[in-house]
Design a protein around this ligand. Sequence first.
Ligand SMILES: *[C@@H]1O[C@H](CO)[C@@H](O)[C@H](O)[C@H]1NC(C)=O
Ligand SMILES: *[C@@H]1O[C@H](CO)[C@@H](O)[C@H](O)[C@H]1NC(C)=O
Ligand SMILES: *[C@@H]1O[C@H](CO)[C@@H](O)[C@H](O)[C@H]1NC(C)=O
Ligand SMILES: *[C@@H]1O[C@H](CO)[C@@H](O)[C@H](O)[C@H]1NC(C)=O
Ligand SMILES: *[C@@H]1O[C@H](CO)[C@@H](O)[C@H](O)[C@H]1NC(C)=O
Length: 953
Amino acid sequence: MEGPWPRAMAAWWWWMSLLLLGIAGCGGVLQVHGQVDNLGFISLDCGLPENAAGYVDSTTKLRFTSDAGFINAGTNHNMSSEYITPLMGKSWHNVRSFGGGAGARSCYTLGPLVAGLKHLVRAKFMYGNYDGLNKAPVFDLHVGVNYWTTVNISNANTPEIYEIIAVVPGDSAEVCLVNTGSGTPFISALDLRPLENGLYPMSNSTQGLVLLTRSNFGPTDGVILRYPDDPHDRFWIPQSKPTEWSEISTAKRVHNMEGSSFDVPSAVMQTAVTPINSSSPIQFTWDAEPSANVPDPGYICILHFSELQPLPVNALRQFYVTLNGQLWLGKGLTPQYLYTNAVFNGIPSHGSHQYNVSLNATTNSTVPPILNAIEIFSVLPTTGITTATQDVSAMAAIRGMYKVKKNWMGDPCMPKNFAWKGLGCSYTVSSPPIVTGLNLSSSGLSGNLSSSFAGLKGLQYLDLSRNNLTGSIPDTLSQLSSLTLIDLTDNQLNGSIPPGLVKRTQDGSLTLRYGNNPNLCSSSNYCDASSFIFGHHFLLKVIINLVVSTVLVILLLSVLILCIKMRRRGRTRNNIKRQNEASITTSHSHNNNGHRLLRVDNRQFTYSELEAITNGFQRVIGQGGFGKVYHGLLEDGTQVAVKLRSNSSDQGEQEFLAEAQTLAKIHHKNLVSLIGYCKNREYMALVYDYMSQGALDEHLKGKDNNPRTLTWRERLCIALESAKGLEYLHKGCNPPLIHRDVKTSNILLNAKLEAKIADFGLLKAFNSKGDTHVSTARVVGTLGYLDPEYHATYQLTNKSDVFSFGVVLLEIVTGQRHILKDPEPISIVQWVRQRFGCGNIEGIVDSRMCGGHDVNGVWKIADTALKCTAQNPLQRPTMTDVVAVLQECLELEVAHDDVNGGFYSVRSGGNMNCYGQYDTGSSTNVSQSSTMFELKHLGRVPIMSTDTAPAIR
Ligand SMILES: *[C@@H]1O[C@H](CO)[C@@H](O)[C@H](O)[C@H]1NC(C)=O
Ligand SMILES: *[C@@H]1O[C@H](CO)[C@@H](O)[C@H](O)[C@H]1NC(C)=O
Ligand SMILES: *[C@@H]1O[C@H](CO)[C@@H](O)[C@H](O)[C@H]1NC(C)=O
Ligand SMILES: *[C@@H]1O[C@H](CO)[C@@H](O)[C@H](O)[C@H]1NC(C)=O
Ligand SMILES: *[C@@H]1O[C@H](CO)[C@@H](O)[C@H](O)[C@H]1NC(C)=O
């Protein structure tokens, strides 16, 4: 018969009694786990006010305390009074709930514990209509980064109890409630009990055990046994079936073997059942409960036996154990008198809808089988990947020092969708996630700059701007070799920039922003120039420029003297060239129009040279308001784009100069770079890097020459790169620059599809400090991309670029134009808002990507785009914020691809579903203890006999 049992399984069945023959006569067997002092128990009454005194539970004498010290989120509520009964333990009366401000994941940190020890964690829930909504929620529980179970509250007066046995890797156990969109998570009570690592050997560092049932067979008094009868405070639920089973019991103590793996309390083992009809087997079943998370859960069943009757010499109790018809061991089992034996499967059983265990007497047996207790677990992989340990410690220290609230609970980077706000994490296949970015801008931080930041060895980006940080800047930060940006703007730091950081800024490996720290390095004049100075590097540049200028002025004087003689030969283009050069060299002076002049490092072309390199202006590759753009080839084979201003262009000399001058000054890998220019009386031209893949809009339109659709990852890269270009204009330039015409046709792509912002003809600086906008009565920008505020104020700010970039992002996500026909013309912002409002995310995604995208990423980008296009500029994020979101999405996407590549699965850590719940429904005689209350609701276990209908739940 082809059963669910692999053949190897038999080897995994353990029959402990075989080992025990020599011990039986020894009397006082060592009770390894008998210590009840110094228990190491944590018993939390969740929702008990922080200042309320703890109390001792009358039945167990265990002390409950408020949970306030173990979690940083949630609010306390009382259960609705109609659900409170006199028998109910006090810990059920109130709950902590995680609605409103709480994030999607709220975590308890239970500790401090001894790292690496096995623990039993028990979470209890009773809804009791605490919120008056009469609607019980469904949510998930995680233990650490691993999915544990789904809490499904069936009704208001049913307590649900979930238990797991797992090894806690660190010095605290994290228990997280995760909002899955089906109601507000809440919790009534939380227990943690340490277990010796020798107990439950099938639970180890990579596998936990989720309790389905733990039954004590025999007693009809209805008492749940737990602490102090069970030193580990497991709940043993009484089971009896008077129609089929009779109870056997003894007053004598039942012993565990030395080194017992289960340490079942004597009180549990002192009762057992045996069939009334001595030829019947003892049978019970349980149903598999597959779920989306765990389609085929694996079960481990542990049977605990002890002989309780001193049998006559000629009598024999011997029986087979079968599971779904398969024999567990090749031979019959005979329990030891007053010693506990256990049988369990070491390899979990899979593949059945229902599991049926049967204890049949062997032919030689003279008495029927016996069963004292059982435990059934499903196994839960706990292999979820966690953030690198040193980063976890550093982040915990930072959180502690600055009392950061946010959603900083649980593991910092994992699971990815619950990573801490403001954190950038890097996820690679070969090593645990590390923190690479930390944005604590405007987070109300005060006090010194923590040395723990330097504990984040992989940090690349640290933004602490707009806080109240005081003290000096620690030099330890300079040892973070990956760090490329520190933003300390707008704080109260003092002292000077430490030498290590100065050196890093000088060698160009680090950008340090520290403007608006009034007490910082007040003696150096380069400090007050701007908030975005690149350290001494800048000073160095100024000096070099001055020296170069002086030398050049001298040279030029001689050249001019030489020229006087040549002048009479008539006007030549060279003449113009020299004049330009003369003014160019004084790069930090101003000409009559107040324009800063071009610097020497751009090449000047003559018109005939342009003719030559463009092969007579043969190949037009673009057309703008300025004029046509031609393809060109320099002498060394470099491809260039030549933008020639036509005489009819309404873009005048001013704009030409603006663009030329700006481009000459700014250099960033995501801004189109200027190679040279040409200016004489009739012609003006700019010569740029050739961007062979043209403008982004062409790619999004999917024109004939671009049959291939950009993938989601390519789109993300392009979005990120162009955002970085804009961020540089806004933040890296002094004074800050506004592009004023951000649109997909101004984002150009090179052969590697790297994006660069182009067309700076409208670019403006907003100069002095108070002046944060550019005022213009001229119509600028492009319809559909233009900040709606502009129509009211005729003012453009950097937030206007953010608006336009939001439109670009929407085009990138949707593949639609910035103005659609739907069927009436409608702006893409409206169009997306309408769909997004209804949660229709897939409805906005460019279908040509054929689903090769991560919905969370798309959602995040679309959400950011809509924030960028908020009507009120104040509500729009900065380009720095946008860059951070895009960076994060790209990292997620890269990791997502890696996962799809099959290296590891993020969620593989916990796809097990819930089995630890006990339903209400059975009614037992009500007695006076709170244990009886629990029994009333919990006393139902998946047990049935052969002739009753299918299972329990
Ligand atoms: C819960 O009830 C107690 C009295 O039983 C009261 O003192 C407390 O303020 C209530 N808490 C809340 C959150 O309503
Ligand atoms: C944990 O137990 C499982 C099942 O016995 C085994 O496959 C796994 O290797 C064990 N893990 C460790 C770390 O020992
Ligand atoms: C155990 O008993 C059940 C019910 O009588 C029977 O179906 C099954 O075959 C028996 N198994 C063995 C191994 O005798
Ligand atoms: C039953 O007893 C006989 C005689 O003692 C023995 O040969 C046989 O192996 C026993 N059967 C079982 C199943 O133990
Ligand atoms: C800094 O502290 C002052 C007073 O202590 C407070 O008024 C101000 O709001 C704080 N600023 C920030 C950004 O937290």
